[in-house]
Design a protein around this ligand. Structure first.
Ligand SMILES: Cc1cc2nc3c(=O)[nH]c(=O)nc-3n(C[C@H](O)[C@H](O)[C@H](O)COP(=O)(O)OP(=O)(O)OC[C@H]3O[C@@H](n4cnc5c(N)ncnc54)[C@H](O)[C@@H]3O)c2cc1C
Length: 564
């Protein structure tokens, strides 16, 4: 089957500037595949109603379950914590409309497959107030105790503009940025591979910091420091400096850090709606009209999984936290893969040894967020002396690092994300309680905005999270370190199970930590579609010839394989 056929896209299908998260490692048009009128495939009628286990009710698990249900299978979803996973929109008690987006919070328009499911679930979005974007009104960059106020990039002092230009130049000079974005826009698989594959060989061993420090564009330490603290798109990236440069290029090429939108009312509505949604009769095999995941489960998902074994003949047997034992012909694991090392007792025969190594070596970013609700969007008040906003989206080298102001309209209560941090910056909050965290944050912000009595506007207790402390996550999202490409390759390609000995088939991985773009829900959703394709094939099914799936075109567009 030709790669170009599946790669074809109309402009209508992709983000407004034509960029989607199409590749660069595995350039498959998941967005078109999932929207195709022929559907994403079928299983033989004698498989209809057959149970398939799905571990995890985050967005990957629920997209998997939803699509398996449409094929006429009976997904059995297990969830150890709460429905939604890292799409966790925590409500402020007594303020029904206000949510703290503790996990996923802002979605690049290039996440075209994710947006398909937003549309499918009737969710509405609005621009997210990232620094220096129109949605944020104004931005304050506070480095070394010197706050700078800007309403757009043009207001920044020359040194900041120089640093932003250095990043653009570096991407262009050393990573063929414009050519790659054009290849992605055109969905030109050959051009994408021609640019990307040599970079994989050259940069798998290179950290983000080395890439900067060894360039002429960032020869100055001061420029690197400012870049690390101010970053591009969403804010400072210095906590990503130790990561593989390939991770950063994937984000930059696919505009994952640009044009972000927030889901009105909270993104947890996506998994919640997928749970309740009944596909129309003509898009679903076998099940009667009105069938939904909730209906198939007659209530919530089953409890968390405690043990997984392979049992004869080619079955997978699960024990859940209630002690119930059930056996399936196939299983999809959507929880973060470290769960297989710690929370779930696993049969070693689940995976070949190389895959276990890849699971063990997976590296997660730590992350902490703290939110409060406030009485009104007071940050829009103008300082009578300067004419500036009282408070702005804030990037700083202080403890808070990034602060976002999330208004719900004039004079209505709103939300402030006091601090969103990663890695070392997140670990600094770890021993503190929510109110201790808030106190330190208010102190930091008080230094930047001495004239604002922030505390006077706070109307709720803070809501906080440290994802590394959450037992069913153990980290926020994967970030590959140098030398991790081969591990990533093993986990991503595991759904191509014809290549595995029969004894290792039937268990499928999905979720953003299996994807090439961890930390973005698009990766969770697209790897879910790989798993669905894998299960369908495992049970003797196939795709429609007009709509080949990711596994049908795998050989033509496969990610580069590095030798050992
Ligand atoms: C702090 C943070 C910020 C983020 N920001 C963004 C963003 O702005 N934009 C974006 O696109 N993405 C963002 N992401 C990433 C996004 O949240 C994820 O890509 C997506 O939610 C992952 O979905 P998933 O289904 O792969 O995994 P999860 O949501 O982790 O789902 C896995 C589920 O498995 C469950 N589970 C674990 N163990 C077991 C067990 N033993 N038995 C049964 N169930 C189990 C878990 O409880 C969980 O519900 C962010 C993530 C975090 C943490």
């Amino acid at each position: 089957m030709s790669a170009t056929r599946t790669a074809t896209a109309t402009r209508r299908d992709i983000g407004p500037d034509g960029i989607s998260m199409f590749g660069p490692d595995f350039p498959f048009a998941y967005d078109n595949h999932v929207r195709h009128p022929a559907g994403i495939g079928r299983v033989p009628p004698d498989q209809h109603g057959r149970e398939v286990a799905v571990i995890g009710a985050g967005c990957a698990g629920l997209v998997t379950a939803f699509e398996l249900m449409k094929l006429g299978l009976r997904p059995v979803v297990y969830e150890a914590d709460r429905l939604g996973g890292r799409m966790r929109s925590e409500r402020f008690a007594g303020h029904a409309g206000l949510v703290a987006e503790l996990g996923a919070m802002r979605f690049p328009e290039s996440s075209t497959t994710l947006f398909h499911y937003f549309d499918r679930c009737g969710l509405r979005t609005r621009p997210f107030p990232n620094p220096l974007t129109p949605a944020s009104n104004s931005t304050v960059i506070d480095l070394k105790s010197r706050p700078v106020y800007a309403e757009g990039e043009e207001d920044l002092p020359p040194i900041y503009r120089k640093v932003l230009k250095a990043w653009d130049d570096l991407l262009e000079n050393r990573a063929a940025f414009a050519a790659m974005q054009e290849a992605i826009r055109q969905r030109d698989v050959a051009a994408i591979k021609a640019i990307w594959n040599p970079q994989v060989k050259r940069l798998d061993d290179c950290t983000f910091y080395q890439f900067l420090a060894h360039s002429t564009e960032f020869a100055s330490f001061r420029d690197r420091e400012i870049f690390g603290q101010v970053g591009f798109g969403t804010g400072g990236w210095d906590t990503d400096f130790p990561n593989s440069m390939l991770e950063i290029l994937r984000v930059a090429y696919t505009s994952a850090d640009d044009n972000h939108r927030a889901v009105i009312g909270g993104v947890q509505q996506l998994p919640e709606t997928l749970w309740q949604l009944a596909p129309s009769r003509d898009e679903m095999a076998h099940w009667p009209a009105g069938t939904s995941l909730a209906l198939l489960h007659e209530g919530p998902p089953r409890p968390g999984v405690r043990e997984i074994y392979r049992t004869h003949p080619g079955n997978i047997t699960l024990v859940d936290q209630s002690g119930a034992i059930r056996t399936y012909p196939a299983m999809v694991m959507s929880a973060q893969v470290w769960m297989l090392l710690s929370q779930i007792r696993c049969d070693e025969a689940l995976f070949p040894a190389d895959h276990w190594t890849a699971i063990e070596r997976t590296h997660y970013t730590q992350s902490s967020k703290t939110f409060v609700a406030v009485d009104r969007p007071f940050w829009q008040d103008k300082d009578p002396r300067t004419g500036r906003d009282a408070m702005s989206t804030t990037l700083t080298d202080r403890m808070t690092r990034s602060t976002y102001l999330l208004g719900e309209g004039d004079d209505r209560p709103g939300v402030i994300c006091l601090s969103y941090t990663w890695n070392d910056d997140a670990l600094k909050w770890l021993p503190l309680s929510a109110s201790q965290r808030m106190d330190v944050m208010l102190e930091s912000l008080g230094e930047i905005y001495p004239g604002v009595n922030l505390r006077r506007h706070i109307i709720t207790d803070p809501i906080t999270v440290s994802w590394e402390l959450e037992p069913y996550f153990m980290g926020a999202f994967k970030a590959n370190l140098p030398g991790h490409y081969r591990y990533q390759h093993r986990l991503f390609t595991h759904f191509m199970q014809d290549r595995l000995p029969p004894g290792y088939q039937g268990v499928f991985l999905c979720g953003d930590d299996v994807s090439w773009t961890a930390g973005w829900a698009e990766g969770a959703v697209t790897t879910a579609l790989n798993a669905v394709w894998g299960v369908m094939r495992h049970l003797g099914g196939e795709t429609h010839p007009d709509n080949p799936g990711p596994g049908d075109v795998f050989d033509a567009i496969a990610p580069l394989e590095l030798d050992d």
